[in-house]
Design a protein around this ligand. Structure first.
Ligand SMILES: [Cu+2]
Length: 395
């Protein structure tokens, strides 16, 4: 656990230093892809939250070996204290997972709407805000642990507060799409699914952040459904969207677009079928972690099972066509999507030193510098777009 924790902390430090010190000399921090802002926010959490899980482990170790009472009531310790330590790490850990997915989402929505991203600074700083407020909400997992009602009210309020930067992102993604030239390629399908599923995940979080409804819904399938809306609906969607977006860049091969779209739709259908019934089952009193249940819940569980198999089938299909593309896929051009962040000026896959020519530094959403070459089915820099002449917006 310590080694794992250190690897997480050092990764965070590495990303923070790289973002500050190794940007291209002419690129301002406000020209970076929003993906990097998201990784920056993630890194802050990794550096600050991961030590807490290490400290908890150390205290637990000391308790076991020297019988000093910290968590174990038999030695005079307090088990609820362990819950506090656990959630002080584990709530931010959820943001360690979702913030990178939100970053991927910003790249996908921008590129496949072919429009300067709306609210660049708002999206960038909302990542930092989510990271900061994310440290103050851990008590929302403990409304029924016997914590004081005052603490409950404060944690409830702070939890509602973290919805604000999350909603800022969603509104900016939707506004970016508005009147954009939307191209429904495979990554964009995951982008659209992300907006819907993260919306459902966020809105159902409202019921859990409210003290009274939380008592009713605590430890029911409603929690399971909400958590998966965020962790699978958003994180897995962001991951799969990112895999399909950067696959040609990483491997140098195109995958089958039709199969990609079919799999994206199946992931969406399977996932919804698996988890939507759990919201209903949970509100009607189906508890978590029970192998047996009343017959009234049977059909909910059966729908969930059918959905889970559909989701599994979609993933198997993906593995199949992605493996196929590795060997038989069409060679990928440098920029198949018309994206504007710098990696799309490198070859696919990139040269050992990334760039064979010095790239033209521009903003990550300055799509007007690129034009589509129908013969090559690829995007190329417009003639005359050179260093200093690129339309490079400083946000
Ligand atoms: Cu939480």
């Amino acid at each position: 656990m310590f080694i794992l924790g250190f690897s997480s902390i050092l990764t965070g430090v590495n990303f923070i230093v790289t973002i500050h010190k190794l940007r291209p000399p002419t690129m301002s921090i406000n020209q970076m892809p929003l993906f990097l802002w998201a990784l920056y926010a993630t890194s802050i959490i990794q550096v600050l939250a991961t030590p807490v899980v290490g400290i908890t482990l150390a205290m637990s170790f000391v308790e076991q070996i020297f019988h000093i009472g910290i968590f174990n009531p038999a030695y005079g310790g307090d088990p609820v204290l362990y819950e506090h330590f656990f959630w002080f790490y584990s709530h931010p850990a959820v943001y360690i997972m979702i913030l990178p997915a939100m970053g991927v989402q910003s790249e996908i929505i921008g590129t496949f709407s072919r429009k300067q991203i709306f609210g660049y600074k708002a999206i960038a700083w909302s990542s930092i805000a989510i990271a900061a407020i994310g440290f103050l909400v851990w008590g929302h997992h403990m409304f029924v642990s016997g914590q004081s009602p005052t603490a409950g009210i404060i944690f409830s309020f702070l939890t509602f507060l973290v919805a604000v930067p999350s909603a800022i992102k969603v509104f900016n993604w939707v506004t970016t799409m508005y009147k954009g030239a939307i191209d429904l390629k495979t990554p964009m399908l995951y982008g659209l699914a992300f907006i819907y599923l993260f919306g459902v995940g966020g809105l159902t979080g409202m019921f859990l952040a409210s003290l009274a409804t939380n008592v009713h819904l605590h430890d029911t399938y409603f929690i399971v459904a909400h958590f998966h809306m965020v962790m699978v609906g958003s994180v897995l969607n962001g991951f799969l969207g990112g895999v399909h977006y950067w696959w040609p860049k990483i491997t140098g091969r195109m995958y089958n677009e039709t199969l990609g779209r079919i799999a994206a739709v199946l992931v969406f259908l399977g996932f919804n079928l698996a988890f939507m019934p759990q919201f209903v089952a949970g509100t009607r009193g189906m508890p978590r972690r029970y192998a047996n249940y009343d017959p009234e819940f049977t059909s909910f569980h059966q729908w969930s099972t059918v959905g889970a198999f559909l989701l599994g089938f979609a993933i198997v299909l993906q593995v199949g066509y992605l493996l196929h593309s590795l060997f038989k896929g069409k060679k990928a051009p440098a920029n198949p999507w018309g994206a504007s962040s710098l990696e799309w000026q490198a070859d696919s896959p990139p040269d050992f030193h990334n760039f064979t020519h010095k790239p033209v530094v521009m903003g990550a959403y300055d799509f007007e510098n690129w034009e589509y070459n129908e013969k090559k089915d690829a995007w190329e820099l417009k003639p005359g777009v050179t260093e200093g002449k690129a339309a490079a917006s400083h946000h």
